[in-house]
Design a binder for this molecule. Structure first.
Ligand SMILES: NC(=O)c1ccc[n+]([C@@H]2O[C@H](COP(=O)([O-])OP(=O)(O)OC[C@H]3O[C@@H](n4cnc5c(N)ncnc54)[C@H](O)[C@@H]3O)[C@@H](O)[C@H]2O)c1
Ligand SMILES: N[C@H](C(=O)O)[C@H](O)COP(=O)(O)O
Length: 321
């Protein structure tokens, strides 16, 4: 039997807790998960039952949202993160990862965090879940992928300032990103021979050096080398023309140079159904593709579809592994 998915509550002031309640209603007959959260933070729009261990989640799931109590220092105020809660947000994530590492959970699904609130409230040294989970999983390099039925994208550099991208985009990082993405598509998405399209950094992929040298000097040699090793790679491609429908038919994932080059196309095409998945961890991790949405938190209008898709994807991957 597939173990339940561990869901970390994320920032209580955001929309995470209201959408997980909606997700429970949509998924209670199809899979099992348990939420790690402070009982006092819940919106109570659905029945909730506390469990003492993940093993109890499957039996509870049909009738109530299974909750593993994780007391926080502060209350929940919609739209206004309380620095006192930063520690609780972080330890809910590490608890979820521990359950996955020991096999008590089949996967981790994280609800959105507010990165600055964690930095301000608890000196959180990581730019996001991705890097924190790599630390917890004791791996040096992981890959952020955002995936939907229409497109899969990978930002090679992630949460860094745009001015730092050219220096951070090293051959070593690009090689590891391609390697981890290829392996993830094979093992977690069931694609036997993944086709990867690699974006250039500069306009028109540098236009033969007229608009920047990184495409020619950094990206192209890595691609040549990895093609010789058997990887199915196209690029460096001009990023502006690689995301229209006909172009997307030619690849299984787009490897991009930086965060927005990758995330703008998928969030534009499929914001409601995109899933963020971390490849290269010793456990399965997915999350919705959106953030804390403070502007609508507490109103009950947040769309749960991305979280539902994230849970479905984690469950499929767990069943296939
Ligand atoms: N996985 C994560 O933890 C994660 C992912 C993305 C952003 N974030 C963080 O979230 C915070 C806010 O980021 P942001 O404002 O750039 O992006 P956001 O996704 O929170 O919000 C962007 C816009 O989309 C809307 N929106 C988001 N989710 C929605 C939903 N489920 N239903 C309806 N509308 C929705 C919001 O109301 C807002 O107008 C930042 O701290 C960011 O770092 C976290
Ligand atoms: N870059 C992601 C996005 O915008 O959707 C996001 O911030 C998630 O980051 P983590 O999963 O690393 O928290």
């Amino acid at each position: 039997m597939t173990a339940p998915i561990a869901v970390s509550c994320g920032e209580p002031a955001g929309v995470g807790l209201e959408i997980i309640e909606k997700a429970w209603t949509a998924l209670k007959d199809d899979l099992s998960f348990f939420l790690i959260a402070d009982p006092a933070h819940l919106h109570a729009t659905v029945p909730v039952q506390e469990i003492r261990s993940p093993a109890q989640a499957a039996d509870v799931m049909l009738n109530a949202l299974p909750l593993l109590a994780h007391p926080f220092a502060g209350i929940r105020t919609a739209g206004a993160p309380d620095p006192q809660n930063a520690e609780g947000v972080i330890t809910a994530i590490s608890r979820a990862a521990d359950f996955a590492l020991t096999g008590a959970a089949s996967a981790v699904c994280t609800l959105p965090i507010h990165k600055k609130a964690l930095k301000d409230g608890a000196d959180f040294p990581y730019p996001g879940h991705t890097e924190y989970l790599a630390h917890l999983g004791k791996v040096d390099r992981v890959v952020m992928m955002l995936a939907s039925d229409q497109l899969r994208v990978v930002p090679t550099t992630i949460h860094i300032a745009l001015k730092d991208v050219p220096t951070a985009l090293t051959p070593d990082l690009l090689r590891d990103t391609i390697r981890i993405t290829g392996a993830g598509l094979r093992t977690q998405f069931g694609i036997a021979n993944p086709r990867l399209a690699v974006a250039g950094l500069n306009p028109h992929a540098g236009e033969g050096g007229a608009m920047g040298l990184e495409d020619m000097d950094t990206i192209a040699p890595v691609l040549d080398q990895m093609r010789a090793e058997g990887y199915d790679l196209s690029g460096p491609l001009p990023a502006d023309t690689m995301f229209h429908a006909r172009a997307r038919a030619n690849y299984d994932a787009a490897i991009c140079a930086y965060h927005d080059q990758a995330l703008i196309p998928i969030k534009t095409l499929d914001f409601d159904r995109g899933v963020n998945v971390t490849l290269g961890l010793p456990f399965i991790r997915t999350s919705p593709d959106h953030g804390t949405a403070f502007d609508i938190a507490g109103q009950g209008i947040a769309n749960p579809t991305s979280t539902i898709e994230a849970l479905r994807m984690a469950w499929r991957m767990a069943q296939a592994s």
